[in-house]
Design a protein around this ligand. Structure first.
Ligand SMILES: C[S@@+](CC[C@H](N)C(=O)[O-])C[C@H]1O[C@@H](n2cnc3c(N)ncnc32)[C@H](O)[C@@H]1O
Length: 199
């Protein structure tokens, strides 16, 4: 009898990475017709993932400060389901139509820089902290925020510390917060923060 392979696994059979955990949680919760935000578009893999979760009639707003990210992402994602915004995620509240405030099902952050591109275009603590606060305001009750942090990137450890301090201040009557991270690796592997806005 062949053994059934695990569903919740990285390609090497190990436990899910931070990025995979984020996708598993969001895939489980997003529904057709939902509206989601990709706060860090990059090459558009997460934007595409979100469109697949909310298809066919849902919508995804995606942000990046690099024009190259919009060009790459546009090649990947269905135009009618996406609004690609060439601006920092710290402007999210102003960019997302006001009638959708409080109605967003998920916001996904994948911080740091895009591998193989300009490392100067890295996410920064100050703007990240504005954006995660705005993201919580935009979420609907039962909505989910995921933040993948790269403490090994320049500035990433500082960004992670600020997120940890902020997460600890969130009112437990309004939000549930989890932190998933590998604990026995010498390097600084990516970590995931998940915030659920109580329904
Ligand atoms: C780790 S990459 C994201 C990977 C991406 N989600 C994907 O699927 O390919 C981080 C991205 O954040 C972008 N970024 C940096 N500062 C930003 C900001 N203030 N607002 C939005 N995006 C930003 C970078 O340009 C980079 O493309």
């Amino acid at each position: 009898m062949t053994e059934r392979p695990p569903h919740l696994a990285s390609p090497n059979g190990g436990l899910p990475s931070s990025v995979l955990w984020a996708q598993l949680i969001l895939k489980d919760r997003l529904r057709a017709g939902d509206v989601a935000i990709d706060a860090t578009m990059g090459n558009g893999h997460d934007t595409l993932f979100l469109t697949q979760c909310v298809a066919p009639e849902g919508h995804v707003f995606a942000f990046d400060v690099q024009e190259a990210a919009l060009i790459e992402t546009r090649k990947r994602v269905p135009a009618e389901m996406t609004t690609l915004i060439h601006a920092g995620h710290e402007t999210m509240r102003a960019q997302v139509p006001v009638e959708l405030h409080g109605k967003i099902s998920a916001v996904m952050f994948n911080l740091g820089y895009l591998p193989g591109t300009n490392k100067a275009l890295i996410t920064r603590t100050e703007t990240t902290m504005i954006a995660v606060r705005e993201a919580l305001d935009l979420l609907k009750p039962s909505g989910v925020l995921t933040i993948t942090v790269y403490p090994g990137h320049e500035g990433g450890a500082d960004e992670g510390r600020h997120i940890a301090e902020w997460a600890a201040t969130l009112d437990s009557r309004r939000f549930e917060v989890q932190h998933l991270r590998p604990v026995n690796r010498a390097a600084s592997p990516p970590e995931l923060w998940v915030v659920w806005k109580r329904g």
